[in-house]
Design a protein around this ligand. Structure first.
Ligand code: VGL
Ligand code: ZN
Length: 191
């Protein structure tokens, strides 16, 4: 049985694209693909969610404070904005994650909207049962969001043509996709 779908776009922000603070190779290439999915979900009157990595200046997520990463996606900065060419509709639901000073916040399910409502509750309020997920980065936020979505009981479809990864180690993204599939995600491309 296929439940009510929603599109879930993960962290398509300036800092994860070429020219940004933590660029993912070809990160910008997901934008036109996601724009086509956005158009289709809008036309079918289905809800669209977008997560954003939304860090404070000081966080244990950053190298300077014990973490893995250079500073990126700091709240209110240009780098934290969604890519300007991503055509998010005005009624897209925005969920911010990684806001705590001592969390990585890789999963969108650790995120909240402006009123503090969790992603899982926002999805359930709208009757969503099936998530179509694309965005950045395959081996971090996409992976954790997909795995948590499955744990929360949602069906998850990974949009394979709309994801790109960091690949600190060669093959990380490939392994992440395999892990998501093992956990129960479906893969689709050119949907
Ligand atoms: C992400 C690394 C650090 C992501 C966020 O959005 O995948 N990756 N912070
Ligand atoms: Zn981050």
């Amino acid at each position: 049985m296929q439940g009510k779908p929603a599109l879930l776009i993960v962290d398509v922000q300036n800092d994860f694209c070429p020219g940004g603070a933590l660029p993912v190779a070809d990160g910008d290439k997901v934008v036109p693909v996601l724009n086509r999915y956005i158009e289709r979900f809008k036309t079918a009157d289905l809800p669209i969610f977008a997560t954003r990595d939304w860090h404070p200046e000081k966080t244990s997520h950053f190298k300077a404070y014990g973490g893995l990463w250079p500073p990126h996606c700091i709240q209110g900065t240009k780098g934290a904005e969604f890519r300007p060419d991503l055509k998010l509709p005005a009624d897209a639901v925005i969920v911010s994650a990684g806001m705590g000073p001592d969390e990585d916040g890789y999963s969108g399910f650790q995120g909240r909207d402006a009123r503090g409502v969790s992603l899982a509750d926002l999805l359930r309020q709208r009757g969503v049962e099936r998530l179509f997920v694309g965005g950045l980065a395959t081996d971090y936020c996409v992976k954790h969001t997909v795995l948590d979505g499955l744990k929360e009981g949602f069906q998850v479809v990974l949009l394979e043509d709309a994801i790109r990864g960091v690949d600190i180690k060669a093959g990380d993204s490939e392994r992440a996709v395999a892990e998501m599939v093992r956990a129960g995600a479906e893969k689709v491309r050119d949907l």
